[in-house]
Design a protein around this ligand. Structure first.
Ligand code: TXA
Ligand code: MG
Length: 349
């Protein structure tokens, strides 16, 4: 197993020797983790099936779970995908670089194991100077899932990547915390009408304004009842090790329910953690819980969510209590991640 080298790279001026080293690693079939605007990615040369296979091993990820191909320039689309519809070009123009992943027909040049053998390919250009420079120097399409061990919360800092993957990958490019903190929106353009498979950094409302008949079929897919649309989207996902208790309803009912559940759990000897917006810390004063402050608004809460899950895990709690947030904008992606982390169970209040 490789010794993992960590290089600190300034996103303001990423053109450094470290980028060249990382690009060489990609060319030799190695694995490089890098920041993006959503979460950290774990990249391999998408044209090299042996390199792509190493991603699955490093993450402990099932080979049935396809991987997003990352580009640095829209002109590379023809290398990756075929029969690209006009709508894709419009969306590329509007949203790339950015947190929108498009599912298209796969070109034969892309290793089939990138797409778990399916004839489609998911593709995006991240809005972050470090991967853009890395991909430009390497001049390769780069297959990259989130840089976490399978089923763990996605990594939003280089320290998270190190915690999960040190000794299993070659290089980590540390460019600071990922700004958005939740993964990209996945839009499948091979379906009619187009369908969102995972809500994310681009809001559904924004896409609906451009695609009025847009479908949303992501929601917390259960393979047994809906068939596997995006095979990686199994229920247990983005999870802390601790059990996550997800409360939903109006705040005046949710808060007392969380308080009494917290007290009961403490009485039975369980160590508990609470993920709460800053303004709600005061509701839990006097309860012996580890409290993680999520921030003030939806973008801060999204940015901090996975860090909060990881920190409470590191503190050794048995249960994590959290409630859902407003269901618009990033709030829909946030709800999706919370629901998956809670394995689909919601405590309605
Ligand atoms: O923001 C992101 O999307 C991050 C950064 C690194 O770009 N990547 C990311 O990758 O979240 P990953 O592998 O953790 O999640 C991608 C999801 C997988 O669950 C997979 O099922 C789905 O995308 N996916 C990939 N290729 C697909 C395809 N051809 N058809 C349908 N779903 C696909
Ligand atoms: Mg992932």
């Amino acid at each position: 197993m490789p010794e993992t080298q960590v290089f600190s790279v300034n996103p303001q001026s990423p053109n450094t020797e470290c980028i060249q080293i990382a690009a060489d690693v990609l060319h030799k079939g190695g694995l490089v983790a890098f920041p993006t605007e959503t979460v950290y990615g774990l990249g391999a040369n998408a044209l090299d099936s042996a390199a792509v296979a190493r991603i699955f091993v490093a993450k402990g990820r099932p080979v049935s779970d396809p991987i997003i191909v990352h580009l640095h320039d829209p002109s590379q689309l023809s290398l990756v995908a075929r029969d690209v519809p006009d709508l894709a070009h419009d969306l590329v123009h509007r949203f790339w670089p950015g947190p929108l992943t498009l599912v298209l027909r796969r070109s034969p040049d892309i290793s089939p194991n990138v797409s778990a053998g399916m004839d489609t390919v998911a593709v995006r250009i991240p809005n972050h100077a470090i991967p853009l420079e890395l991909f430009r120097v390497a001049d390769l399409p780069v297959a990259a899932p989130s840089a976490n061990r399978f089923a763990r919360p996605s990594a939003t800092t280089a320290a998270h990547v190190f915690e999960d993957l040190s000794g299993r990958i070659d290089v980590i490019l540390d460019g600071g915390a990922a700004v958005i903190g939740l993964e990209s929106t996945i839009l499948d353009l091979t379906r009619t009408p187009p369908a969102v498979l995972r809500p994310g950094g681009i809001a559904l409302e924004t896409l609906r304004a451009l695609i009025p008949d847009l479908e949303v079929i992501s929601k917390h897919l259960r393979p047994e009842d809906e068939g596997i649309q995006a095979p990686g989207m199994l229920y247990k996902h983005y999870s802390p090790r601790a059990e996550l208790l997800l409360f939903a309803g109006s705040l005046d009912l949710v808060v007392p329910a969380m308080q009494s559940s917290a007290r009961q759990l403490v009485e039975t000897g369980r160590r508990i953690g609470i993920l709460a917006p800053n303004a709600e810390q005061r509701y839990f004063v006097g309860i012996p819980a580890q409290i993680f402050q999520l921030g003030d608004d939806l973008s801060e809460i999204s940015h901090n969510l996975f860090t909060g899950m990881r920190e409470l895990d590191a503190a050794g709690v048995d249960s994590i209590l959290v409630h859902g947030f407003e269901q618009s904008g990033l709030g829909i992606a946030l709800w999706d991640r919370l629901l998956r982390a809670a394995e689909g169970r919601v405590i309605w209040c």
